[in-house]
Design a protein around this ligand. Structure first.
Ligand SMILES: Cc1cc2nc3c(=O)[nH]c(=O)nc-3n(C[C@H](O)[C@H](O)[C@H](O)COP(=O)(O)OP(=O)(O)OC[C@H]3O[C@@H](n4cnc5c(N)ncnc54)[C@H](O)[C@@H]3O)c2cc1C
Length: 466
């Protein structure tokens, strides 16, 4: 059985690896248009600083990426975040305000006015239950009050989706919150119950990784996962090969699939018994438009946010802030363009050389669409202004890497679940041996991507040879 995987981001690499692992007789080939595998998951070392270009880690409680890393033999390279990562700051009214981590801390916090705090804490009484899909902003307003929604909804989604809380769907982006509401009638009650019942387990790995939801990375950054997947797929990943379309080899839906592609040696056709499309929604739409226009239309409805990542290395003496947290979230309207400043070397101390500091600024998103088009010089100037305002850094960075991700993060807007269902249904009707996989389906995090890859591998690896 031959499985062709289109796209060698984490989705495609994981689909190919898991399919091959479950069925060693499956002949897998991964076709990737870029020169290197990894997609958004890339890292580089510059001036001794480890810079992740896209994802900077994964959470251990979901277990998907952790299990994948363990299967790949990476247990000794797992690096859990330092305790500082449990805390964050919000930049507001010209200063850094700690984001309260507990109910008691919320009671004392000045992020909300006293009436705003009281309203937020009355959530178990006033939250109620929704009967239909609602935006993240509306959900927070209904449960915790309008002030809480105004102050917090934006930053709540900025770090995950770089999007607009009034447009993003609570149901698609945070299904767990909807479940808490359905089960407990209140988010706060549900969270307390979940905390009481949470198992505190430690995986039997050499590094004894706590599976308490701690952010975790690998020595060498997320790139280590990509390299291990590519190595395990030995020679089956063909970079520099762009897929152009899919055709039938025989009766529609019943014969092998002809994957049309172009690479350094010109056009070719790869015949496959099954295909996993592990490309962004807009790329999948393009590939499916001629044969499955309904699926393509649904996929085309999934919009993306442009984002920029600026990774910077500093000497410790040039950073006047005490780096005792994961970083700073910035609500809109504070005169700062960045969405977030991640204190990477406070979270993962191994990512900066001794006496140095590594930071990552994430900017852009749907509320600042022009940012990605700025020149490197203008982007750096904007990032440095933001660092001066939020953290008092005036010195020049000693290492810089600016990465633009146009259409970088899928937006789970209202109606997302319906679009995904329509795309899957229409694609399966025309191409029963094809699976859609990737970050635009059920979650943008690496764990969601690996979970979808596992599902795609399970569905396709066992299909009989045509
Ligand atoms: C700035 C940023 C920060 C993030 N931070 C985190 C984080 O800290 N933690 C976390 O869990 N997640 C994070 N994410 C999300 C996570 O990185 C992504 O969801 C994940 O990497 C997406 O993987 P993917 O394989 O679905 O897509 P991609 O990585 O986009 O891979 C798709 C691949 O398909 C290829 N391709 C496209 N069209 C074709 C074609 N026609 N033929 C052949 N190949 C094609 C592309 O070149 C690409 O390599 C972040 C994302 C960004 C952008």
């Amino acid at each position: 059985m031959r499985l062709a995987v289109v796209g060698a981001g984490i989705a495609g690499l994981a689909t190919a690896y898991l399919a091959q692992r479950a069925h060693p007789d499956v002949d897998v080939v991964v076709l990737e248009s870029a020169a290197e595998p990894g997609g958004k998951a890339r890292s580089s070392v510059e001036g001794g600083h480890l810079f992740d270009w896209g994802p900077g880690g994964f959470l251990t409680n979901a277990g998907e990426t952790l299990d994948l890393a363990l299967a790949l033999g990476l247990q000794d390279r797992l690096r859990p975040a330092a305790d500082a990562a449990a805390h964050r700051y919000l930049f507001r009214d010209g200063g850094l305000r700690p984001v309260p981590a507990t109910l008691g801390a919320w009671l004392r916090s000045e992020l909300l006015s006293p009436p705003g705090r009281l309203r937020a804490l009355a959530e178990p009484l006033l939250g109620g239950r929704a009967r239909r899909e609602e935006s993240v902003h509306d959900f927070i307003a209904r449960h915790f009050g309008h002030e809480a929604a105004r102050v917090l909804a934006g930053v709540f989604v900025a770090g995950i989706a770089a999007g607009d809380a009034r447009e993003l769907s609570l149901d698609a982006l945070f299904p767990r919150l909807r479940k808490l509401e359905a089960t407990h009638g209140s988010v706060l009650r549900g969270m307390l119950a979940a905390r009481r019942g949470a198992p505190t387990s430690v995986r039997p790995t050499a590094a004894a990784i706590p599976t308490d939801g701690r952010l975790t990375t690998l020595e060498g950054g997320v790139q280590a996962l990509v390299d291990a997947l590519a190595a395990a797929l030995a020679g089956r990943v063909r970079s520099g090969v762009r897929v152009l379309g899919l055709d039938d080899h025989g009766r529609p839906g019943e014969g092998p699939i002809a994957v049309r592609a172009v690479g350094a040696h010109g056009e070719e056709v790869v015949a496959a018994d099954a295909v996993a499309l592990a490309v962004p929604a807009y790329a999948a739409a393009e590939l499916l438009a001629p044969t499955a226009p309904e699926a393509a239309a649904a996929l085309d409805g999934i919009r993306y946010a442009d984002v920029v990542v600026a990774a910077l290395g500093y000497d410790r003496v040039d950073v006047p802030t005490v780096l005792d947290a994961a970083g700073v979230l910035v609500p809109r309207g504070q005169g700062v363009r960045a969405l977030e400043v991640q204190w990477s070397s406070a979270v993962f101390p191994g990512q900066a050389p001794l006496g140095k500091v590594t930071l990552r600024v994430v900017a852009g998103g749907t509320l600042d669409p022009g940012l990605v088009t700025l020149s490197d010089d203008d982007l750096l100037a904007s990032v440095r202004r933001d660092l001066e305002r939020t953290m008092g850094i005036v010195a020049e960075p000693e290492a810089v890497r600016i990465v633009r991700w146009p259409r970088g993060i899928p937006q789970f807007a209202l109606g997302h679940g319906g679009r995904v269902e329509a795309a899957r249904r229409a694609a399966a009707a025309r191409w029963p041996r094809l699976a859609l996989t990737g970050s635009y389906l059920s979650g943008v995090g690496l764990d969601d991507v690996v979970r979808e890859a596992r599902a795609a591998a399970a569905r396709l690896a066992g299909v009989p040879r045509v």
